[in-house]
Write a protein that binds this ligand. Structure first.
Ligand code: AMP
Length: 490
C-alpha cells in the first residue's frame, strides 16, 4: 500500500511507491462536441476496456470547471446513467487502468484532476516513466506532496512548476525532464492536448466526428463512435485542440521510433490500426510465418481465445489445416494474468477455458496462442486437452519467447517469473507437457509486420531503446532486483 517510507540507501525520507501501478492503460479525449461528451467518452472506454479492467474514469469540462468521476472496476461498474447525466460539458477525457499486484487503490485511478496556477487540469496517461523514482525524490525534496503512486502525478507536479505561461510550454518543459513511455491526454477548461513520447512507444491516434476532435489509444474507439480516423499522433508530437482548431508541434528532437511490438502480439484489439498496421492482419501474418517455420501435422488447429484467434487462423490457412473454436472461453471473468496471486491464477485459467471434448478426442491438436509469459495458461490447457482425450498436443506460439521484463508499461512481469528467462524452449516444452513447442522467430515477426525497424522489442531481445530505470542499473543485472522490490524501493 502507499506509504511514506525511509529510503534506506539514501538514508532520507521520501514518499514510497510500494504498489506502483504498471500503466498499460487506455486513454481517450474529445473536444468540441455538441453531443453528450461524457457518454461518448464512456462508450469509447468500453472499446478500450481490453487495455485495463482495474479502474475507469471520465473528466469533463464545461468551460468553467472540471468534474470527474472515477472508480475501481469495469466501465460498466463505474458509470451509471445518473453519473453520466451529471457530467455535462463540451470536452472530456477518459482512462481505463490496468494494474497489477493488488495496487488498485481508488486514489490511483485516472484521470487525475488538480488545480494549478492557471486553473484546472485533468490528465490521463498510458505508459511508464523510467526516471519516476528520481523525479519524485527531487520533487519531494523540494516540497511536493503526492497522494497517489501514479507517474502522472509526477508530470502534474512538473507542469505546475513550469506553469507560468502557456500550458503547452509547461508541458514541453516537463517532457524534457521525463524519460520513458507516455501517451497522454490533457484537458484544461478550454483546451485538449494529446502527447506521444518521442519514441512513439505507446499508441495514440486522432479522429474527427462532425466538428469534434478525438484522441484515442486505439482506432477501435473511434470506430465505435462512428468517428473518422485522421492519423496517428506522431512520436514526439504535441497536438493542441482549442477554439482555434487543431495545432501541432514536435517537442523533442526525433529519435528512432520504438513502438511497442507487444501491442501487435497481444495487447491491442485486432480491429485497431496502429501506425499504419492493422492488428488483425499482423497477428494473422504471424500465424502464417509460424506455419512456414514450424509446420506440424495436426488434425485440428485450436486458438486460445481471444488473443490466439488471428494467429491460429493464419497458421491453419497456411497449412490448409482444419480450424475450430475448440476451447470455449468464459467471457464473464477478466484476464487471468491480472489476478495477483499464483493460486488464484491457476483457478482462473480453469474457470476461463474449457475444451469442446468431442473436437479433440483422439486428435492431434495444434493449440495456437500469442505468447507465453509464466507458462500457467499453456500448462493448464495442455493438461486439460490430454485429460479430454487428445492424442497429441502441439503448442504454437505466434511470438518469440518473452525473455525480459518491460519497463515501459506492458506488465510482462519480473524476470524471475518469465518462464523463457529461466528455461530453454525444450525445458519449457517439458514443463508445459506438450508434444512439441514452437515459437515464432524474431525475423518471422518482422516479416509478419512487414517492417524490421521502428519497434521496441525489449521483452524479446533486451534491446531497451528507451533506457532502463536507474534502480535496475544498480544491480549486477536487471534480474537482481525484482519488480516487486523495485516498486517497494519507490
Ligand atoms: P501465462 O499463463 O503467464 O503464460 O500467460 C500467457 C497468457 O497471457 C497468454 O494467453 C497471453 O495471451 C496472455 N498475456 C500475454 N501477455 C500479457 C499481459 N501483458 N497481460 C495480460 N495477459 C497477457
Amino acid at each position: 500500500m502507499f506509504h511514506a517510507g525511509i529510503n534506506k540507501k539514501a538514508g532520507e525520507e521520501f514518499l514510497g511507491q510500494a504498489d506502483k501501478l504498471e500503466e498499460a492503460c487506455g486513454v481517450f479525449g474529445i473536444y468540441g462536441s455538441e453531443k453528450d461528451v461524457a457518454r461518448l467518452t464512456h462508450y469509447a472506454l468500453y472499446a478500450l476496456q481490453h487495455r485495463g479492467q482495474e479502474s475507469a474514469g471520465v473528466a469533463v469540462s464545461d468551460g468553467q470547471g472540471i468534474k470527474v468521476h472515477k472508480g475501481r472496476g469495469l466501465v460498466a461498474d463505474v458509470f451509471s446513467d445518473r453519473v453520466l447525466t451529471d457530467l455535462t460539458g463540451h470536452m472530456a477525457i477518459g482512462h481505463v487502468q490496468y494494474s497489477t499486484m493488488g495496487s488498485g487503490l481508488a486514489v490511483n485511478s485516472q484521470p487525475l484532476v488538480c488545480q494549478y496556477l492557471k486553473g484546472n487540469l485533468a490528465i490521463a496517461h498510458n505508459g511508464n516513466l523510467i526516471n519516476a523514482q528520481e523525479l519524485k525524490e527531487k520533487l519531494a525534496a523540494d516540497g511536493s506532496v503526492f497522494q497517489s503512486t501514479l507517474d502522472v502525478e509526477i508530470m502534474v507536479n512538473l507542469i505546475a512548476r513550469y506553469g507560468q505561461g502557456l500550458l503547452e510550454e509547461a508541458l514541453l518543459k516537463a517532457m524534457r525532464d521525463i524519460q520513458g513511455s507516455y501517451a497522454l491526454v490533457v484537458m484544461t477548461e478550454d483546451k485538449l492536448i494529446g502527447v506521444r513520447d518521442p519514441y512513439g512507444n505507446r499508441p495514440l491516434c486522432l479522429g474527427k466526428m462532425d466538428n469534434a476532435y478525438l484522441l484515442a489509444s486505439e482506432s477501435c474507439a473511434l470506430d465505435v463512435l462512428g468517428a473518422e480516423f485522421i492519423r496517428d499522433v506522431a512520436p514526439g508530437e504535441i497536438v493542441v485542440i482549442d477554439q482555434a482548431g487543431l495545432h501541432s508541434r514536435r517537442f523533442l528532437p526525433s529519435v528512432e521510433r520504438a513502438l511497442c511490438v507487444f501491442e501487435f502480439i497481444y495487447f491491442a484489439r485486432p480491429d485497431s490500426n496502429i501506425d499504419g498496421i492493422n492488428v488483425m492482419e499482423a497477428r494473422r501474418a504471424m500465424g502464417r510465418e509460424l506455419a512456414k517455420e514450424s509446420p506440424v501435422k495436426a488434425d485440428i488447429v485450436l486458438p486460445v481465445p481471444d488473443s490466439g484467434i488471428a494467429g491460429a487462423l493464419g497458421y491453419a490457412e497456411a497449412l490448409n489445416l482444419f480450424f475450430d473454436m475448440g476451447l470455449m472461453k468464459n467471457r464473464y471473468i477478466g484476464r487471468t494474468f491480472i489476478r495477483p496471486e499464483q493460486n488464484e491464477r491457476n483457478l482462473a485459467v480453469r474457470l476461463k477455458l474449457n475444451p469442446v471434448t468431442k473436437l479433440v478426442v483422439g486428435k492431434k491438436v495444434a493449440v495456437v496462442d500469442d505468447s507465453i509469459v509464466r507458462g500457467t495458461t499453456s500448462k493448464k490447457i495442455v493438461k486439460t486437452l490430454r485429460n479430454r482425450g487428445a492424442a497429441e498436443v502441439h503448442l504454437l506460439i505466434t511470438s518469440p519467447p518473452v525473455i525480459a521484463p518491460c519497463y515501459y508499461g506492458i506488465d510482462t512481469s519480473e524476470r524471475a517469473q518469465l518462464i523463457a528467462a529461466q528455461k530453454s524452449p525444450a525445458e519449457i516444452r517439458e514443463y508445459i507437457g506438450a508434444d512439441s513447442l514452437s515459437y515464432l522467430s524474431i525475423e518471422g515477426l518482422y516479416r509478419a509486420l512487414q517492417q524490421e525497424t521502428g519497434f521496441c522489442t525489449a521483452c524479446l531481445n533486451e534491446e531497451y531503446s528507451l533506457g532502463i530505470p536507474p534502480e535496475e542499473k544498480l544491480g549486477k543485472h536487471c534480474s537482481e532486483i525484482s519488480s516487486r522490490q523495485r516498486k517497494e524501493a519507490r
